[in-house]
Design a protein around this ligand. Structure first.
Ligand code: PEP
Ligand code: MN
Length: 343
């Protein structure tokens, strides 16, 4: 459960309360910059019994291992990235290459996206590659290129933070910091991201259960950074036909379990360009608040993830279809952001 402290609780009062809880075997964890406590194994009924329920401003029984990611804590989350709204009834599209490869590639992509009315460009500069002998991105030069292209075309940048040593560099070039599947369980890193004021796109660990993913989100949220987006990107299973199994059910379920925006990445979710559009649309119907896809001016020549990159033409068609889907009445939860409507 979560307890919200009364506004003027002094350190001495707080110590008395946590000592009392401790004497009943209840451990309290400070959260939200000291304005809340998490009591993982307690309930409001227990606090009533102990006689300290009235010492707090609010008691929230979440009945889940994750706390701040739960619907019990909050019904909806909406936040803005440079005036573009994210979450709840808002829908966003993100597209761009797997990796930033050259000035020409990223500027072409940015020009195309901006003409279409897409507000977010993605592109990795520091790439987590399975093999150390694969293209690992352009590093700092890649970050500079994507941020220059984004500025010129008035786009927002989504790019991956691979390691905390790169935080300042990534912070100054990204509008949304992507935490990749391989780092979803890098708990020290997640904890540090709880202290910053920048949205985090938290991709699902390829082996992560939904509850583990939401607990990973809690690492960020409990620090006070409430700008977290979840991104379903497929999980590993027994079938190697597709790169991953895209968990569409998770998208629908997360709409019940959490207030956080849920995006979907059908590129990594399938690994196969031909079915990326279908799975993108399936994700929208399941209730995703956003779609992130890999596109490339010359997909077969992409230096990473060429098999899953779709062409500009295919993306344009998908974009129009998704706009229609989003405006369907059965998806009334979602609204098209200004600029994403069909011209
Ligand atoms: C990516 O989006 O560039 C990426 C590496 O994805 P994931 O972390 O989901 O594998
Ligand atoms: Mn990729």
């Amino acid at each position: 459960m979560i307890v919200i402290l009364k506004q003027h609780t002094t350190a001495a009062e707080l110590k008395l309360l946590t000592d009392k809880l401790g004497s009943y075997g209840i451990t309290a964890y400070k959260a939200l910059n000291g304005t809340a406590l998490v009591l993982p194994n307690a309930s409001s009924a227990m606090l009533e019994d102990i006689g300290i329920a009235d010492s707090f401003q609010k008691l929230i029984d979440t009945n889940t291992p994750y706390q701040f990611a739960s619907k019990a804590y909050k019904q909806n989350t909406t936040f803005a990235v440079n005036n573009v709204l994210i979450g709840n009834t808002h829908f966003n599209m993100v597209a761009g290459p797997c990796s930033v490869e050259s000035e020409e590639q990223i500027f072409k992509t940015a020009a195309f996206l901006s003409k279409l009315g897409v507000k977010f460009i993605r592109g990795g500069a520091y790439k987590p590659r399975t093999s150390p002998y694969s293209f690992k991105g352009l590093g700092k030069d890649g970050l500079k290129l994507i941020s220059k292209a984004a500025k010129q075309y008035n786009l927002n940048v989504v790019t991956e933070l691979m390691d905390l040593s790169l935080l300042d560099e990534v912070m100054s070039n990204a509008d949304i910091i992507q935490i990749g599947s391989r780092n979803m369980s890098n708990f020290y890193m997640l904890n540090e991201l709880g202290k910053i004021n920048k949205p985090v796109l938290l991709k699902r660990g390829m082996q992560a259960k939904i509850s583990e993913w939401l607990l990973a989100a809690d690492y960020i949220l409990q620090g006070g950074n409430e700008q977290v987006i979840l991104c379903e990107r497929g999980i590993r299973s027994f079938d190697s036909e597709l790169r991953n199994v895209m968990d569409i059910g998770a998208i629908a379920l997360l709409n019940q379990l959490t207030h956080l925006p849920v995006w979907a990445d059908p590129s990594h979710g399938t690994g196969m360009a031909q079915i990326v559009p279908s799975m993108a649309k399936a994700a929208v119907v399941a209730g995703a608040n956003g779609i992130m896809v890999e596109i490339h001016p010359n997909p077969s020549k992409a230096l990473s993830d060429a098999k899953q990159a779709i062409s500009f033409d295919t993306f344009e068609q998908l974009f129009l279809q998704i706009n229609l889907l989003v405006s369907e009445s059965y998806l009334s939860k979602l609204q098209i952001n200004a600029g994403a409507a069909i011209a």
